[in-house]
Design a protein around this ligand. Structure first.
Ligand SMILES: [Zn+2]
Length: 324
């Protein structure tokens, strides 16, 4: 029934750090203990067999990694065209503490070997965005661009008599009529590089995508993103309105490539990025390094996992146990 001061506290502060507090001469002393972490990634290879998914599961790949793998490989080939004799090869981020715990991360490599045809995809970050790149350094598009609103196309790209100005000029985008307040979605992932009023465009958002493509969205009633924001495909960036030079609620949707406005319907996929110079060299040496990883090496048993709990505080210390 008498309160007494804490003598010892020990806890795992982080995957790679344990902290102990000990009372020494009446005050608590902090003792951080680093836990060594082996971050050899986990490589899993095997024959595709009857089902790539089931074979990879049986070989020890986590379901989320296999799903990422199928999505990545799916940008290159139809999964159904991969024969049963092909070899799958995937590498997942993996960390193992010397105390025995493990953590699985994201898929970082996806490969398929069909005879002497090799497909190699490496996750690589360009301007803060992760993409799959082929061994040659060419980025893979992740999918089709989507139409930013569901609505009726009322005016295509091309020369027309302008509804307000009255003379013929290039209509630099698509007009899609939709109800006031209809959500407008990013056609593809990218970074917002303009958000705000923009003359006749009214409330306007422009997004820079990979491959030198930009998309722009005009006449919004309300903007939902600010400049500098990363947006993912399908994310709501604003709402249909009639701000600026407009005759009624619609989205004026533009696509810009190399400073030229082009017909948004002429580009179905975001252009592929190409790594070059020092970045291509870093990319190649990362890929070469990963190819050196032995399958299963990350799981190889340690001789004796270090046991940091032997000096735990909730039981009296035993003289025959030394703290490592
Ligand atoms: Zn228009």
């Amino acid at each position: 029934t008498v309160a007494r001061p804490v003598d010892h506290i020990a806890f795992r502060a982080r995957f790679d750090l344990k902290i102990e507090l000990d009372r020494v001469d009446g005050s608590l002393r902090v003792n951080p203990i680093q836990i060594a972490v082996d971050d050899t990634p986990l490589r899993i290879r095997g024959r595709v067999g009857a089902s790539l998914y089931r074979s990879a599961r049986a070989a020890g790949a986590p379901p989320s990694a296999i799903q990422e793998y199928l999505r990545a490989i799916g940008t290159q080939m139809s999964i159904n065209d991969i024969g049963s004799d092909a070899t799958f090869d995937l590498i997942v981020e993996h960390r193992r503490a010397e105390t025995g715990e493990t953590e699985m991360g994201r898929l970082i490599y996806a490969g398929v070997e069909r005879g002497d045809r090799k497909t190699q995809l490496l996750r690589w970050s360009v301007a803060g965005t992760d993409q799959w790149f082929e061994a040659s350094g060419v980025g893979r598009s992740t999918g089709e661009m989507l139409m930013p609103v569901n609505g009726r196309l009322t005016s295509p790209f091309g020369y027309r008599r302008h509804p307000i100005l009255g003379y013929r000029r290039l209509h630099t985008g698509l007009d899609i009529a939709a109800g006031h307040g209809t959500p407008i979605r990013a056609a593809a992932s990218g970074t917002v590089n303009y958000s705000g009023r923009n003359g006749g465009y009214g409330n306007y958002v422009r997004i820079a995508h990979s491959g030198g493509i930009q998309t722009a969205y005009a006449h919004m009633s309300r903007i939902a993103v600010s400049s500098g924001t990363r947006v993912t495909q399908g994310q709501v960036i604003g709402y249909v309105g009639s701000t600026g030079m407009s005759t009624g609620p619609h989205l004026h949707y533009e696509m810009i490539r190399g400073g030229q406005k082009i017909d948004p319907r002429s580009v179905r996929y975001i252009e592929n990025a190409q790594l070059s110079g020092p970045e291509l060299q870093r990319f190649r040496s990362t890929l070469a390094g990963l190819m050196q990883v032995e399958p299963g090496a990350a799981l190889a048993r340690r001789e004796r996992p270090r046991d940091l709990d032997t000096a735990s505080a909730d039981q009296p210390r035993r003289a025959d146990r030394s703290r490592s």
